[in-house]
Design a protein around this ligand. Sequence first.
Ligand code: SF4
Ligand code: SF4
Length: 461
Amino acid sequence: MRMSSNHLWKASVFNNTVPSGCGATWFNSSSSCLFSLSGGAARTLDSVLESLAHGVPPNDALTHQLSALGLIVPEDLDEYEGERVAFQDRLRARETLKITIAPTMACNLRCTYCFQQHLRRSPLLDRGIQCGIVELVRRLMQGTNLLVVQWFGGEPLLAWPQICEMTADFQRICADCGASYYAEMLSNGTLLSADKIAQLDQIAVRALQIPLDGDVATYALRKRIPIDKARAFHEFLAGHLQQIVDKTGSVTIRVNVDRDNPDGGKEVVRMIRAAGCVDPRIDFRLGFLNTSRGILECIPHDCFSPNEFGDAENDFRRFLAEQGYHVYGQPSSRRFPCAAPLDHSFTVDPTGRIGKCVPSIGTGESVFAHIYPGDPVKTLDEIGQAKIPYGGFDPFAQGPCRGCSLLPACLGSCPKMHEEGATLLCAMKTGLSDRLSFYAAEPINQTAGESKQWLEIQPSS
Ligand code: SF4
Ligand code: SF4
């Protein structure tokens, strides 16, 4: 790209400006550049971009800086179409195979906000389905150099022996075809033991997400367990968290909040801090209890409104920074909104139903094929002939997000909310000004990476 004022330039369509302090914060959702300027400097940048629109280029040095930040682009570049095509290419890519496996829909808890408590209790996946999944993975690995498995449920730790067996099979398959392997896990954590923690690296779990609710009494109430049991679990978790982080490399503690436990996140952070664990690889975040994913029509909670939740998140970020913890979640360009629209990504429930949407696992929603034990060809044929849910997802070209200047950093949020008859909940814009100003003032080292991105959108369990 020539950095000359003779070259014609225009402002990026992905520039976003929000007021902050006594100036403005700038964010480009494609380049991820983020910074705040004082009032005078902000006005200067505004006028430079306005002059550009009238054909007056900035000097060479400024042109160089602004183009390096992605705030200006060559006039003949269709950057919106470029982002759209790059996004579609990523959805079609086959280098990585992602499989979310629920080895059981059973759970040892009955969380008040979990949709899965209403599902028919299912046993562990039987051996036929288990072998069928392994066989499907073996055949789908052709031309793939990375296999990522997400263990989901129900409570996946109820199926520990099956997870260990399947992991050994997946590791063998990957070794045979020269591919890499790692896993992620969403677990309520209550079945973790010192033995299991010691084995987390052997089963290649690189990211673990555990949901909490705030203080011990709130947890006991929401998990419907005796307070002694809740206290014992919190003590065990706080005492072993450092070891879990060391074994996996990344732990997300998701604290589900509503109007009745608005400070739940802070209570959890204080508990972990009191136990002496301040590792920057712990990703504390608030979980928004609501029904936006459409799996349940109502949950028995006094849910925050989107604006209230946005305020709670901003307050929690400031608290985390004060406490010396890493604050994850800085807005930046994303690779995909979730795994559902990726061609090479599937979910499998314990009865062998193959679908796309992770929180819908165990329901019929998004199911498009089945594992046929002993007949992998039939399974592959069914996948090949199915109309795959979210297969045509393109928020750049159609739907309510078309033209949004935040698209590269948001990618339309949840593909399910773009289905006919669904309503989009635009969480990205809620509290955006505060969020951008916060991260602009506290530059965060982005270490979350792609694997954590997959964990970003999760159900309430
Ligand atoms: S969900 Fe909101 S912020 Fe995200 S792309 Fe759509 S309109 Fe833009
Ligand atoms: S973001 Fe939406 S489509 Fe994607 S996994 Fe979550 S609920 Fe399903």
